[in-house]
Design a protein. Sequence first.
Lengths: 429, 354
Amino acid sequence: MSFLRNSIKLLRTAPVAPRTFRCFSSQVKADDPSQFPGAHAPFVSAPTLTLPEAVAPIPIYRVMNREGTIEDASQDPKLSQEVVEKMFRSMISLNTMDKILYESQRQGRISFYMTNFGEEASHIGSAAALENKDLIYGQYREAGVLVWRGFSIEQFIDQCYGNCEDIGKGKQMPVHYGSKDLNFVTISSPLATQMPQAVGAAYAFKRQPNNDRCVVCYFGEGAASEGDAHAAFNFAATLDCPVILFCRNNGFAISTPSHEQYAGDGIAGRGPAYGIATIRVDGTDVFAVYNAMKVAREYVLKHNKPIVFEAMAYRVSHHSTSDDSTAYRKAEELEVWNTVESPISKLKNYMIKKGWWNEEAETEFVKDIRKQVLKQINVSEKKQKGYYGEMFQDVYEEMPKHLKEQLKQLEEHVSKNKQHYSLNEFKSK
Amino acid sequence: MLSITLKSLVRRQFSTTPKALAAKTMTVRDALNSAIDEEMEKDERVYILGEEVAQYDGAYKISRGLWKKYGDKRVIDTPITEMGFAGIAVGSAMAGLRPICEFMTFNFSMQAIDHVINSAAKTFYMSAGTVNVPIVFRGPNGAAAGVAAQHSQCFAAWYAHCPGLKVISPYDAEDCRGLLKAAIRDPDPVVFLENELLYGVSYPVDEKITSKDFVLPIGKAKIMKPGKDVTIVAHSKAVETSLLAAAELAKIGIEAEIINLRSIRPLDTATIFNSIKKTHHLITVEQGWPQHGVGSEICARVMEDETFFHLDAPVWRVCGVDVPMPYTKTLEINALPQPKDVVQAVQKILGKKK
């Protein structure tokens, strides 16, 4: 590819004004640092290797310890009982809904499901620090963001069951949620495609006068190995886009552990290399995620620049219902993250200390959510499927002739052969 | 006007210096450039991005003068990552802009094909009609000259395979102006396949074509030359090949009807079917490879329609040879359909010998 690019350049070079080097400072002396357009660095007199060990790892910001104690009072976000309770209830709702929908896939009621266990704090903490007008590009394991924004249990379950009330009209596989009203872009299965797209959306926002919206792009540390991730980082930096590139580093890409995924300092370690401001947080600490996200949002909007945000956590879930993680990790390892390091238990400890919560309240709440979810599954399962002609809708803004013809043929066929189809399962036109 | 076109085509074979024609002319490059310029002027949301599109005016100078006029905000020179800027284009289209995404050549669009097919083409459907992706992916497609296997191939069939995309393969200045303006205004993603070798070629244009309001409908073919003996369907540079062949055929008393497809998806089967009903013979001409090509699709559509019974002979496809493009000039020429190949194919199906 490069050969032709160059040959084209050589063949077609037209006289153009030399580009002004925007990062060139006028105070620079003739020869120190160097004047190469590609790097702004001093000269040295020995061939020095920069070893990766020489660069200190980016520290992990934490506010609350395992016991739910805020270690440095200055970092207390001082959220009201109402807000903290909403955070906690959202985390519990997500967790409870996940358990039941996971089982419903195991029972063959839906084709696929992905749970969010262990990562509830990074969803809720980040969503709580954002404005609802901020646009979300998820990877697929960010249902908590939707919970926070008010996507109802009914909407989640209708989507998983692809019935006539699914706002996605039954067109997407389970957990590939999308909601224009909640500024949550429909999930795209191929890993990392959402990343450059999120940067593009941030570019579009930046162009609007008095822009006050940013874009948040969630992705896993495994997805960050895709070429798209590189493209997104580089474009976000060079186009100066207000986007928070939020890496959920949960330690596993299906079965591949993070130490096989990369050799450097995680994903945060790449931020500075791309010229992007970076922050790394404890993703099991909802307050750390919240505080850091507040800082990140303010920064990206004030400077029209991106941020790399890495939330460290542990994927307690199997990757999806197509995975059994006991094949590649030990139960004891999991246990720590399911108990003392669980984001839910940390926040619960905090709330109990504050006198805002107790075991009975939790039992009651979990029971209530379970009841709601189970009831909703029954309802959603019984709802009709969408109108079958929906299959041909929304391929193009205006339905092309050949699809119109096929739709007409299908309708004629169905109306002539009604006895062979269970039409009561489908909503009529 | 038609005879002027043909004469100018024949003359170009012998002289590379374009002579001023009696009518007003315009190069394909200027047609594309003016179409983009006018649409950018008309709609603030339209912007162009790609490699070298800004100060350098584009590798093929299609974006000439646009950076000077519209600046960095709307003419964006990107780092070299097709998947990156195609993704940026898709995201910004989802967020309300109308990007024109220039691939330096469509050969490089393979790096970005996930964004084109899995995102641009499917998002409207996957979002149940709530998020559309108005975007034009454009750049030179097909064989250039002397740049061999990795830079000489036609992607019309690749992209035309996918629902959700519209695919345009224009031929002359009129096509390029009218269809690019239509593509930029279209609510759906459009793949716009230009031809490098035609960029510098001038074609007659009238006032209607140069008017700012000029747009052509996507999905409508054009009969370049009427005829009664055989229908020749072609797109892009193969239209030129077919017109040259038609001139040769005329000398031996065969009147060919030449259809310029303009749009590959949607495909204007009505125009093809009506022509077959008149001529009872069909040849398809394209520079792309034969298997699963545009010609193959046309054959299948004819077979599935009542039009099949109007054919007096089997359909022949004249295609690029089923090999990667060789570099050596003699091989390269013979790997692409030439007018003589079209003439021969017509003679075969008409059962006439010279």
